[in-house]
Design a protein around this ligand. Structure first.
Ligand code: SAH
Length: 247
């Protein structure tokens, strides 16, 4: 198993080198000139995200700005900008860059919002949201991951992100209601407390289902009416905790 994993990493690194070679004539247009990953990040935005139809300027700028390589384990730094999810420890994963961008775009943030995330993981999605929203509240059920993300986000100076360790099934009532809610672990069905914590006019994006999931967009009208739309088939890690007892 470990051997297969090592082979996979070597393949990833080879891919990363190829990407570098292919893009060597592209000017650095994001980040400081000393940032060795600026070019890879720009390629990620153009080839994986814009090319698949994400157009929201705020989202594209946020994806250009956040240093994804700092959110992955050290031995995977070189693979941080490739087109897949990566392991972050404890059997969890950081989502593929395109999925992070797509989910963020589907929230239609304009700036100034209060957002809630369930499933902090590495803290990357929270950092992307925090580039646009005013305040981001994020909950992680695995203490080692939550504490690591908290320390990293603090070191990066992300003062508008608030990390809590716990089960996100019931949301974070003290700061509700939210303009936007993003769930990055899949429950078998939509947790009602999260829908209740959405503001009228608010939007929630959530993967729902067991082995395969649909990414669902939930909108709450000004009159409180709740609408649901299926956006994309996806694969996420399961939501654990209280939601599993309700099956
Ligand atoms: N958004 C993350 C990816 C998270 S993977 C990132 O950008 O890196 C999904 C995360 O959800 C895992 O870390 C998992 O531990 C967490 N999770 C699963 N069930 C949860 C629950 N009930 N409450 C809070 N977090 C949960």
């Amino acid at each position: 198993m470990e051997k297969i994993f090592r082979i996979l990493i070597v393949l990833l690194l080879l891919c990363a080198c190829r990407l570098d070679a292919e893009t060597s004539n592209v000017q650095h247009s994001a980040g400081a000139p000393t940032d060795p990953y600026a070019q890879q990040r720009e390629q990620m935005v153009r080839n994986q995200i814009e090319a698949r139809g994400v157009r929201d300027r705020l989202v594209l700028d946020a994806m250009r700005k956040v240093h994804r390589h700092l959110f992955v384990p050290g031995h995977l730094t070189q693979a941080a900008y490739l087109d897949f999810p990566l392991p972050i420890g404890e059997g969890q994963t950081i989502s593929q860059p395109y999925i992070v961008a797509f989910m963020t775009e589907s929230l239609q943030l304009k700036g100034g919002e209060k957002a809630l995330e369930i499933g902090t993981g590495s803290g990357y999605q929270a950092a992307v949201l925090a580039e646009i929203a005013k305040e981001v509240y994020t909950i992680e059920i695995i203490p080692s991951l939550g504490n690591r993300a908290k320390a990293l986000l603090k070191a990066m100076g992300c003062e508008n992100i608030h990390v809590r360790i716990g089960d996100g099934y019931r949301g974070w009532r003290e700061h509700a209601p939210y303009d936007a809610i993003i769930v990055t672990a899949a429950p078998p069905s939509i947790p009602k407390p999260l829908v209740d914590q959405l503001k009228p006019g608010g939007r929630m994006v959530i993967p729902v289902g067991e082995s395969f999931q649909e990414l669902i967009l939930i909108t709450k009208g000004r009159d409180g009416a709740v609408g649901k739309k299926s956006l994309l088939p996806v694969r996420f890690v399961p939501m654990t905790g209280e939601v599993q007892e309700k099956k």
